[in-house]
Design a protein around this ligand. Structure first.
Ligand code: SAM
Length: 236
Protein backbone atom coordinates (compact mmCIF):
# COMPACT_ATOMS: atom_id res chain seq x y z
CA UNK A 1 0.00 0.00 0.00
CA UNK A 2 1.50 3.34 -1.07
CA UNK A 3 1.98 5.96 1.63
CA UNK A 4 1.80 8.96 -0.69
CA UNK A 5 0.22 9.22 -4.10
CA UNK A 6 0.83 11.86 -6.73
CA UNK A 7 -1.32 12.86 -9.72
CA UNK A 8 0.43 15.06 -12.27
CA UNK A 9 -1.70 17.00 -14.76
CA UNK A 10 0.01 18.58 -17.77
CA UNK A 11 -0.28 19.02 -21.52
CA UNK A 12 3.19 17.42 -21.74
CA UNK A 13 3.08 14.28 -19.57
CA UNK A 14 6.20 12.97 -21.38
CA UNK A 15 8.15 15.60 -19.43
CA UNK A 16 7.93 13.30 -16.42
CA UNK A 17 10.04 10.46 -17.87
CA UNK A 18 12.85 11.12 -15.30
CA UNK A 19 10.51 9.94 -12.53
CA UNK A 20 11.35 6.36 -13.56
CA UNK A 21 14.99 6.91 -12.54
CA UNK A 22 17.05 6.75 -9.36
CA UNK A 23 15.46 7.14 -5.92
CA UNK A 24 12.01 8.08 -7.23
CA UNK A 25 11.95 5.12 -9.62
CA UNK A 26 12.94 2.79 -6.77
CA UNK A 27 10.39 4.35 -4.40
CA UNK A 28 7.67 3.57 -6.95
CA UNK A 29 8.90 0.00 -7.45
CA UNK A 30 8.88 -0.61 -3.69
CA UNK A 31 5.36 0.82 -3.31
CA UNK A 32 6.36 3.76 -1.08
CA UNK A 33 4.84 6.17 -3.56
CA UNK A 34 2.46 5.98 -6.46
CA UNK A 35 2.58 8.37 -9.44
CA UNK A 36 -0.12 8.79 -12.12
CA UNK A 37 0.25 11.06 -15.15
CA UNK A 38 -2.69 12.79 -16.83
CA UNK A 39 -2.81 14.57 -20.18
CA UNK A 40 -4.93 17.71 -19.76
CA UNK A 41 -5.85 17.57 -23.46
CA UNK A 42 -7.90 14.43 -22.76
CA UNK A 43 -10.25 16.74 -20.84
CA UNK A 44 -10.48 19.38 -23.58
CA UNK A 45 -13.64 19.68 -25.67
CA UNK A 46 -13.93 20.16 -29.44
CA UNK A 47 -12.01 18.81 -32.41
CA UNK A 48 -8.98 20.99 -31.71
CA UNK A 49 -8.72 19.89 -28.06
CA UNK A 50 -7.93 23.47 -27.16
CA UNK A 51 -6.95 24.17 -23.53
CA UNK A 52 -6.38 27.94 -23.74
CA UNK A 53 -8.03 31.19 -24.78
CA UNK A 54 -7.32 34.91 -25.02
CA UNK A 55 -7.03 36.85 -21.72
CA UNK A 56 -9.95 38.94 -20.45
CA UNK A 57 -8.76 42.52 -20.24
CA UNK A 58 -6.38 42.06 -23.17
CA UNK A 59 -2.64 41.54 -23.18
CA UNK A 60 -0.11 39.20 -24.71
CA UNK A 61 -0.33 35.42 -24.71
CA UNK A 62 -3.02 32.91 -23.89
CA UNK A 63 -4.52 31.75 -20.59
CA UNK A 64 -5.38 28.13 -19.75
CA UNK A 65 -9.16 27.69 -19.62
CA UNK A 66 -10.79 26.59 -16.33
CA UNK A 67 -13.07 23.90 -17.84
CA UNK A 68 -10.48 21.21 -18.73
CA UNK A 69 -8.69 21.87 -15.44
CA UNK A 70 -11.94 21.48 -13.48
CA UNK A 71 -12.74 18.21 -15.25
CA UNK A 72 -9.22 16.82 -14.76
CA UNK A 73 -8.94 17.73 -11.06
CA UNK A 74 -12.50 16.55 -10.23
CA UNK A 75 -11.76 13.18 -11.83
CA UNK A 76 -8.47 12.77 -9.96
CA UNK A 77 -10.11 13.65 -6.62
CA UNK A 78 -13.06 11.32 -7.27
CA UNK A 79 -10.69 8.46 -8.10
CA UNK A 80 -8.57 8.89 -4.96
CA UNK A 81 -9.17 7.06 -1.68
CA UNK A 82 -7.44 9.85 0.29
CA UNK A 83 -9.52 11.93 2.69
CA UNK A 84 -7.44 15.07 2.09
CA UNK A 85 -5.75 16.33 -1.03
CA UNK A 86 -3.02 18.92 -1.60
CA UNK A 87 -3.55 20.69 -4.91
CA UNK A 88 -0.33 22.40 -5.97
CA UNK A 89 -0.69 25.03 -8.66
CA UNK A 90 2.73 25.90 -10.05
CA UNK A 91 3.19 29.62 -10.62
CA UNK A 92 6.09 32.09 -10.35
CA UNK A 93 3.65 34.23 -8.34
CA UNK A 94 3.28 31.61 -5.58
CA UNK A 95 4.95 31.09 -2.19
CA UNK A 96 8.58 30.11 -2.65
CA UNK A 97 9.48 26.44 -2.17
CA UNK A 98 11.47 25.81 1.02
CA UNK A 99 12.63 22.74 2.91
CA UNK A 100 9.83 23.49 5.42
CA UNK A 101 7.18 23.24 2.67
CA UNK A 102 8.80 20.05 1.30
CA UNK A 103 8.67 18.55 4.80
CA UNK A 104 4.99 19.46 5.22
CA UNK A 105 4.16 17.94 1.84
CA UNK A 106 6.03 14.71 2.69
CA UNK A 107 3.31 14.11 5.34
CA UNK A 108 0.51 14.50 2.81
CA UNK A 109 -1.73 11.62 1.67
CA UNK A 110 -2.27 12.76 -1.90
CA UNK A 111 -0.70 15.54 -3.95
CA UNK A 112 -2.06 16.83 -7.25
CA UNK A 113 0.23 19.00 -9.40
CA UNK A 114 -1.39 21.40 -11.89
CA UNK A 115 1.27 22.36 -14.42
CA UNK A 116 0.53 25.63 -16.16
CA UNK A 117 1.71 26.67 -19.62
CA UNK A 118 1.23 29.86 -21.66
CA UNK A 119 0.39 32.77 -19.29
CA UNK A 120 -0.81 30.37 -16.62
CA UNK A 121 -4.12 28.88 -15.43
CA UNK A 122 -7.37 30.91 -15.09
CA UNK A 123 -7.26 32.07 -11.45
CA UNK A 124 -10.74 30.75 -10.72
CA UNK A 125 -9.32 27.20 -10.65
CA UNK A 126 -7.32 28.14 -7.55
CA UNK A 127 -10.27 30.08 -6.06
CA UNK A 128 -12.78 27.29 -6.64
CA UNK A 129 -10.75 24.48 -5.08
CA UNK A 130 -9.94 26.67 -2.08
CA UNK A 131 -13.66 26.57 -1.23
CA UNK A 132 -13.65 22.75 -0.88
CA UNK A 133 -13.00 21.51 2.68
CA UNK A 134 -11.05 18.37 1.72
CA UNK A 135 -8.62 20.20 -0.59
CA UNK A 136 -5.71 22.42 0.42
CA UNK A 137 -4.61 24.60 -2.48
CA UNK A 138 -1.02 25.81 -2.53
CA UNK A 139 0.31 28.09 -5.24
CA UNK A 140 4.05 27.36 -5.31
CA UNK A 141 7.01 28.91 -7.12
CA UNK A 142 10.43 27.24 -7.26
CA UNK A 143 12.24 30.59 -7.53
CA UNK A 144 12.21 34.13 -8.77
CA UNK A 145 12.47 33.39 -12.48
CA UNK A 146 9.97 32.37 -15.17
CA UNK A 147 9.97 28.89 -16.72
CA UNK A 148 8.01 27.88 -19.81
CA UNK A 149 5.81 25.50 -17.84
CA UNK A 150 5.16 23.88 -14.47
CA UNK A 151 6.56 20.44 -15.34
CA UNK A 152 10.18 21.09 -14.33
CA UNK A 153 8.96 22.85 -11.16
CA UNK A 154 6.90 19.74 -10.36
CA UNK A 155 9.97 17.53 -10.76
CA UNK A 156 11.92 19.80 -8.40
CA UNK A 157 9.21 19.71 -5.71
CA UNK A 158 8.71 15.96 -6.04
CA UNK A 159 12.42 15.26 -5.64
CA UNK A 160 12.57 17.47 -2.52
CA UNK A 161 9.46 15.81 -1.03
CA UNK A 162 10.01 12.15 -1.93
CA UNK A 163 13.52 11.87 -0.45
CA UNK A 164 11.99 12.87 2.93
CA UNK A 165 9.56 9.94 2.97
CA UNK A 166 10.75 7.27 5.44
CA UNK A 167 12.30 4.32 3.58
CA UNK A 168 13.19 6.23 0.39
CA UNK A 169 16.82 7.00 1.30
CA UNK A 170 19.05 3.99 1.96
CA UNK A 171 20.54 5.76 4.99
CA UNK A 172 18.01 7.97 6.85
CA UNK A 173 20.94 9.69 8.62
CA UNK A 174 21.59 11.47 5.30
CA UNK A 175 18.68 13.74 6.23
CA UNK A 176 20.28 14.77 9.51
CA UNK A 177 22.34 17.99 9.48
CA UNK A 178 21.40 18.72 5.85
CA UNK A 179 21.33 22.23 4.46
CA UNK A 180 18.17 24.15 5.38
CA UNK A 181 17.22 21.59 8.05
CA UNK A 182 15.01 22.94 10.78
CA UNK A 183 15.13 24.60 13.26
CA UNK A 184 18.04 26.93 12.43
CA UNK A 185 17.96 26.50 8.62
CA UNK A 186 21.70 26.85 8.21
CA UNK A 187 23.42 25.31 5.17
CA UNK A 188 25.73 22.34 5.43
CA UNK A 189 29.50 22.45 6.08
CA UNK A 190 31.83 21.53 3.16
CA UNK A 191 32.36 17.80 2.60
CA UNK A 192 35.56 15.95 1.65
CA UNK A 193 36.47 12.35 0.78
CA UNK A 194 39.64 10.46 -0.27
CA UNK A 195 42.31 11.20 -1.39
CA UNK A 196 43.51 13.47 1.43
CA UNK A 197 45.58 15.45 -1.09
CA UNK A 198 44.24 16.36 -4.56
CA UNK A 199 45.88 18.73 -7.06
CA UNK A 200 47.82 20.37 -4.25
CA UNK A 201 44.72 20.88 -2.10
CA UNK A 202 44.68 19.24 1.33
CA UNK A 203 41.67 18.11 3.35
CA UNK A 204 41.38 20.33 6.47
CA UNK A 205 43.56 18.72 9.12
CA UNK A 206 40.88 18.69 11.79
CA UNK A 207 38.92 16.12 9.74
CA UNK A 208 41.87 13.70 9.95
CA UNK A 209 42.27 14.21 13.71
CA UNK A 210 39.73 11.61 14.84
CA UNK A 211 38.62 14.11 17.53
CA UNK A 212 34.82 14.10 17.17
CA UNK A 213 34.22 17.13 19.40
CA UNK A 214 36.70 19.22 17.41
CA UNK A 215 35.26 18.02 14.10
CA UNK A 216 31.73 18.87 15.24
CA UNK A 217 32.77 22.37 16.32
CA UNK A 218 34.68 22.98 13.06
CA UNK A 219 31.71 21.85 10.97
CA UNK A 220 29.31 24.11 12.87
CA UNK A 221 31.63 27.08 12.44
CA UNK A 222 31.96 26.37 8.67
CA UNK A 223 28.19 25.94 8.29
CA UNK A 224 27.56 29.28 10.01
CA UNK A 225 30.18 31.04 7.89
CA UNK A 226 28.62 29.68 4.67
CA UNK A 227 25.13 30.66 5.84
CA UNK A 228 26.24 34.19 6.68
CA UNK A 229 27.98 34.47 3.28
CA UNK A 230 24.54 33.93 1.76
CA UNK A 231 23.36 36.97 3.72
CA UNK A 232 21.31 34.95 6.21
CA UNK A 233 21.17 35.18 9.98
CA UNK A 234 22.41 32.33 12.17
CA UNK A 235 21.69 31.74 15.85
CA UNK A 236 24.73 32.12 18.11
N1 SAM B 1 2.47 34.83 -16.91
C1 SAM B 1 3.05 34.18 -15.80
C2 SAM B 1 3.65 35.22 -14.87
O1 SAM B 1 4.21 36.20 -15.33
O2 SAM B 1 3.59 35.01 -13.64
C3 SAM B 1 4.15 33.22 -16.25
C4 SAM B 1 3.62 32.02 -16.91
S1 SAM B 1 4.86 30.84 -17.27
C5 SAM B 1 5.40 31.33 -18.84
C6 SAM B 1 3.94 29.37 -17.61
C7 SAM B 1 3.82 28.40 -16.47
O3 SAM B 1 5.10 27.96 -16.09
C8 SAM B 1 3.19 28.92 -15.20
O4 SAM B 1 1.79 28.89 -15.26
C9 SAM B 1 3.71 27.93 -14.18
O5 SAM B 1 2.94 26.75 -14.15
C10 SAM B 1 5.09 27.60 -14.72
N2 SAM B 1 6.17 28.35 -14.06
C11 SAM B 1 6.93 29.32 -14.61
N3 SAM B 1 7.84 29.79 -13.74
C12 SAM B 1 7.66 29.11 -12.60
C13 SAM B 1 8.28 29.13 -11.31
N4 SAM B 1 9.28 29.97 -11.03
N5 SAM B 1 7.84 28.28 -10.37
C14 SAM B 1 6.82 27.43 -10.62
N6 SAM B 1 6.18 27.35 -11.82
C15 SAM B 1 6.60 28.17 -12.79
Amino acid sequence: MSSLSFDLISIFPDYFAPLKLSLIGKAQESGLIDITLHDLRDKAAGVHKSVDDTPYGGGAGMVMSPEPWGRAIDQVVAGSSAAHHDLIILTPAGEKLTQKIATELSHSEHIIFACGRYEGIDHRVSEYYQTLPNIRVREISIGDYVLGGGEVATLVIMEAVIRLIPGVLGNPNSLVEESHSLPDEIVEYPNYTKPASWRGLEVPEVLLSGNHALIKAWRLEQAKARTQKLGRQTSE
